[in-house]
Design a binder for this molecule. Structure first.
Ligand code: NAD
Length: 469
């Protein structure tokens, strides 16, 4: 049995759900439903998925409150996440009919048909920190492409996403959308199931490695969206306006820093350093209120577990911690007071590791070559940002950063776009979500080709000749 407490008030049980004991039955139902679903036309599938999601609109507030209580994220954040997830779903259902359509050319070179064929059953293993968007990013494109999906939510935030998926599943063929509940053992059983033909995972690096091994064992392709240790680079001409500083603070502290693409290391040019600290502390005073996620005006809640809170505190090390914003009384929740940390070396744990919490190191640099080398150190390469009044200079520097996504003059969710593929390089994973590329992750291109030379009336060619075009 999974029993989940409210991380803001650990004595309050938010809910419980039985662990799935028969993963095989859920995957079996999905595989059976997928055959009929793949035979439905692409536009009709997309319309059916869109219709299945539409009734969720009026339920956003109720789902958001559940998500806030199980995850510790502020209520406004939870509303925002679910609203954004539905916006993505609408966009995906409207874009997929063209993006996933078969393509045919019939010309002087021959007749070529490229079909976008579903994999079969997709396993979606998701984390707790943005469970609704990270689930719909997989489920909606996979269904539109003609797959069935079995989702394994995180045991740390299983309720809102399961309630939402139950509604969606009811409106689609029985078994097409399945949910299994549990932790690593249930996730492993799902990924290893012989009927699963594609794995989509978002979560930590170590889990990503285990899932990549299990998928590779069966030669099943995967999409892996893993952690990041994102640098934000402020060039000498970066604007330190109130608005920019508010955005930079929230880029690190939204969801208490527990976001894959949060600004996790701040590299500030030496000429700005003193002014920067004052501007940053003032911005934090404006935008950071730490307290109960359900209370009005709170922008930062607790961490997800006591262990996560203890780990972040242990990373602070030798640095000087400057407390940020306003903290309301915490009680015994898993809160960590947010801090900007100065005086750390590049190899300090808070700099070198993904902290996934509300403590961000400030590092000073002197020139661009130096900051590129320091920003690119380490194995992770999810996102990054460059802040400058000169857009050309910012884009030129962005191209030198080892990251799947570089924001300019912003960072984190304010810099996302539905049309822009998102994903990591290096150990931050492979594959993409969002954009047409994110939709096409769930279809494989299969070709039928009749070369012109061998069609009726064709001129023929040598029995073993290579094509010339
Ligand atoms: P996690 O890796 O601990 O868990 C993620 C999911 O994997 C959970 O559902 C968990 O139960 C499951 N799982 C754990 N072990 C498994 C195994 N051996 N086989 C199959 N499934 C298994 O991650 P988390 O703590 O929930 O999330 C935090 C991490 O996720 C951070 O590193 C963060 O950066 C990353 N993240 C990445 C993105 C992205 O888009 N790149 C987005 C959000 C979070």
């Amino acid at each position: 049995m999974i029993v989940r407490e409210n991380p803001a008030r650990p004595s309050e049980v938010v809910g419980s759900v039985a662990e799935t004991t028969d993963v095989d039955a859920v995957v079996g139902r999905a595989a059976a439903a997928q055959r009929g679903w793949a035979a439905v036309g692409l536009p009709e599938r997309c319309a059916a998925v869109s219709a299945a999601l539409e009734p969720l609109g009026p339920r956003v507030d109720a789902l958001a409150e559940l998500l806030a209580r199980e995850s510790g994220k502020p209520l406004a954040d939870c509303r925002g996440e679910i609203g954004f997830a539905l916006t993505f779903a609408r966009w995906a259902c409207a874009t997929a009919p063209e993006a996933l359509a078969d393509e045919e050319v019939d010309d002087g070179a021959g007749r070529l048909v490229q079909r976008r064929v579903p994999y079969g059953v997709v396993a979606a293993v998701t984390p707790w920190n943005a469970p609704v968007i990270l689930t719909l990013l997989k489920v909606v494109p996979a269904l539109c492409a003609g797959n069935a999906v079995v989702v394994k939510p995180s045991p740390l935030a299983p309720f809102a996403v399961s309630a939402l998926l139950a509604d969606v599943a009811r409106a689609l063929p029985p078994g097409l959308v399945g949910v299994v509940q549990g932790g690593a053992a249930v996730g492993s059983a799902l990924v290893a199931h012989p009927a699963v033909r594609k794995v989509a995972f978002t979560g930590g690096e170590a889990t990503g490695r285990a899932i990549a091994h299990a998928a590779a064992e069966r030669l099943v392709p995967s999409v892996l969206e893993l952690g990041g240790n994102d640098p934000a680079v402020l060039l000498p001409d970066a604007a330190l306006t109130d608005e920019a500083m508010d955005r930079l603070v929230m880029a690190s502290f939204a969801t208490s820093g527990q976001v894959c693409m949060a600004a996790k290391r701040l590299y500030v040019h030496r000429s700005l350093a003193d002014r920067f600290v004052a501007a940053y502390l003032a911005a934090a005073q404006r935008v950071l209120v730490t307290g109960d996620p359900l209370a009005d005006g709170v922008t930062m809640g607790p961490l997800v577990t006591r262990a996560a809170a203890d780990r972040v505190r242990s990373l602070l090390g030798e640095g000087k911690a400057h407390p940020l914003g306003t903290c309301l009384p915490f009680g015994d929740g898993y809160f960590v007071e947010p801090a900007l940390v100065t005086g750390l070396a590049d190899d300090a744990p808070l700099v070198a590791q993904e902290q996934f919490g509300p403590a961000v190191p400030l590092l000073v640099f002197d020139d661009e070559d130096e900051v590129v080398a320091r920003a690119n150190a380490g194995e992770l390469g999810l996102a990054a940002s460059v802040w400058s009044a000169d857009e050309e200079r910012a884009f030129a520097l962005a191209a030198r950063l080892e990251a799947g996504f570089v924001f300019v003059n912003t960072h984190n969710r304010t810099g996302m776009s539905l049309r822009a593929p998102f994903g990591g390089v290096k150990a931050s994973g492979w594959g993409r979500e969002y954009g047409v590329e994110g939709l096409r992750e769930y279809a494989q291109t299969c070709v039928t080709h009749a070369p012109a030379a061998f069609r009726a009336g064709g001129a023929g060619s040598g029995a073993a000749a290579y094509p010339t075009g």
